[in-house]
Design a protein around this ligand. Structure first.
Ligand SMILES: Nc1nc2c(ncn2[C@@H]2O[C@H](COP(=O)(O)OP(=O)(O)OP(=O)(O)O)[C@@H](O)[C@H]2O)c(=O)[nH]1
Ligand SMILES: [Mg+2]
Length: 317
């Protein structure tokens, strides 16, 4: 299930209190309480898993770890651990308290959501010629607290669709930093994956099959999300012995699901050309003479460069 809006509240870690203590050893006498550790920060981090917001549906408050209290011997307490919250790329993060909004556009992009509080000073820091035995120490500062509204702006600019096993995930991995699972069987991909190419969001959609529009296979829930992409890159494996049938199967499902979906601009991506003999290509492509298309193999970097160029030239705005 894809959740595309959430509201959560965050509280960064509180700084640890300073310590008030005295050394009574032969070598060291006097105040020796150290500073408290820093409270943990909270970050949002971009990931390629489009469904990750689902994780937040049950819990809507998150806290980072507090810093620990200062130690004797002037030692500083441990810093609280940072908390990193994954969100899908394409998420717009709205801070409801400050009114600021930031978009996460890259996998691994990290933004600071709430800063941890600094630790308080221990009594060692309050010693002076007039007070050699201070008992004073500071409390740690509280961490920042904010409420956030996070929404997925649009699922993707481009959706890679097609029958199972045609190489959609492989393609996403080649074009972007995504690390979608790839394997030589049907329905390797169970949930859409996202990646970005120069800020353009690409989505690898699980394989569609005949009957998808009526709920067969992983079907219908992904057709809904394809509806939110601007271009369809329809992937067809050149290994197939009946490309026209493959093509029509997917087109039928798109039309059956929604006429709008069927009207979307489409680019045909013929995959795995390394697996066929050179002479076969012409005959295989003949029925698609009038269609906008590109022929690729993940084993041929030049073909991938060509595909990248096509993507970067699409009128996406
Ligand atoms: N020889 C060759 N194999 C490829 C190419 N592209 C993908 N493959 C292989 O085809 C198989 C399927 O690739 P995936 O990327 O998992 O296919 P998919 O379309 O995402 O499959 P589903 O997630 O099941 O719909 C894997 O074994 C890939 O290594 C290619 O250009 N050439
Ligand atoms: Mg896949």
């Amino acid at each position: 299930m894809i959740v595309d809006e959430i509201k959560i509240s965050l509280e960064a870690g509180k700084g640890g209190d300073g310590l008030a203590t005295f050394d009574h050893t032969k070598n060291s006498q006097g105040p020796s309480g150290g500073k408290g550790g820093r409270g943990g920060d909270i970050y949002f981090k971009g990931v390629s898993d489009l469904t990750i917001l689902y994780k937040y549906r049950k819990k809507d408050h998150y806290e980072a770890e507090n810093g620990s209290v200062g130690k004797s011997n002037k030692a500083t307490g441990h810093d609280g651990q940072d908390l990193i919250l994954p969100v899908p790329i394409g998420s717009v993060i709205n801070n409801l308290d400050t009114g600021r909004a930031v978009e996460i556009i890259e996998v691994s992009q990290k933004i600071l959501a709430a800063s941890g509080g600094i630790g308080g000073r221990g009594n060692f820091y309050f010693r002076s010629p007039v007070n050699t035995t201070p008992t004073k120490f500071e409390k740690g500062k509280p961490g920042e607290k904010f409420a956030f509204f996070i929404e997925l702006r649009l699922i993707a600019d481009i959706g890679f669709i097609g029958l199972p096993n045609v190489g959609k995930s492989s393609l996403l991995n080649q074009l972007t930093k995504a690390q979608a699972k790839v394997a030589n069987y049907h329905f390797t991909t169970l949930e859409p994956n996202l990646g970005t190419l120069d800020g353009i969001i690409l989505a690898d959609i699980p394989g569609l099959i005949e009957g998808a529009s009526a709920g067969r296979g992983l079907g219908i829930k992904f057709l809904k999300h394809i509806q939110r992409t601007r271009f369809l890159f329809h992937c067809l494996s050149l290994e197939s012995t009946d490309l026209v049938r493959d093509y029509r199967t997917i087109r039928r499902e798109l039309s059956a699901y929604s006429p709008d979906l069927a009207k979307k601009k489409e680019v045909l991506v013929f995959t795995k050309f390394d697996l066929i003999k050179e002479g076969e290509l012409k005959a295989k492509l003949k029925p698609f003479a009038k269609k906008r298309k590109v022929i690729i193999s993940i084993r041929d970097p030049r073909s991938l460069e060509k595909l990248k160029k096509i993507i970067l030239k699409l009128p996406l705005i």
